[in-house]
Design a protein around this ligand. Structure first.
Ligand SMILES: [Zn+2]
Length: 180
């Protein structure tokens, strides 16, 4: 490897931490570390299963937030910076009534991930139901729903660096099921 990987997903983290990841990568040990920490893939394979998963978590922590119209895996979502998932709220007046449409899209790369990473991204998008910006209140809400949130986001970003550097997917479950 002549050129150091770009590690763009870790841009916000301290240099020392990024160097550790880079070193593990250079020693071909990063994949083993990740698989040891997160041995299994989740089984939330379809948009229907994802909808159930998200609404269950919402019922546990964000019961008062308005209901979601749609939840789906989106293979057009490019996983960069703040676009691990998206939350959209569109309100429009229809026949004199205010109709709200709230949609959560999760990048398709999350279909083949450990349960903890899926939970992390869903917690992130649910927190946007209440907090728009990535500010202190937002991350407080994230850690309320998932105490290990910060560690999980870091580990997820490490995995994205692994993929970005041409590494093989570590939790690929084979052909995608399209039902549901
Ligand atoms: Zn966000």
């Amino acid at each position: 490897m002549s050129e150091a990987p770009r590690m763009k997903y870790l841009a916000a983290y301290p240099q020392g931490l990024v160097d550790q990841v880079r070193q593990l990568m250079a020693q071909q040990r990063l994949a083993d570390v990740l698989v040891q920490r997160y041995p299994d893939a989740h089984e939330v394979r379809t948009d229907g299963a994802l909808y159930d998963y998200v609404t269950t978590l919402k019922a546990d922590f964000m019961r008062k937030a308005a209901p979601l119209s749609r939840v789906l895996y989106d293979n057009k979502l490019h996983v960069v910076r703040h676009a691990l998932g998206t939350y959209t709220a569109i309100s429009r007046v229809q026949g004199g009534k205010l109709k709200a449409k709230r949609e959560i899209r999760i990048a398709s790369v999350f279909r083949d991930m450990p349960p903890a990473f899926l939970r992390m991204i869903v917690v992130h998008e649910l927190a946007h139901l209440k907090e728009r910006e990535h500010d202190k209140a937002f991350y407080q809400l994230c850690t309320y729903m998932e105490p290990a949130y910060h560690q999980l986001e870091f580990d997820l970003r490490v995995y994205l660096c692994h993929l970005d550097a041409g590494g093989q997917p570590l939790w690929s479950a084979g052909p995608e099921t399209t039902a549901g």
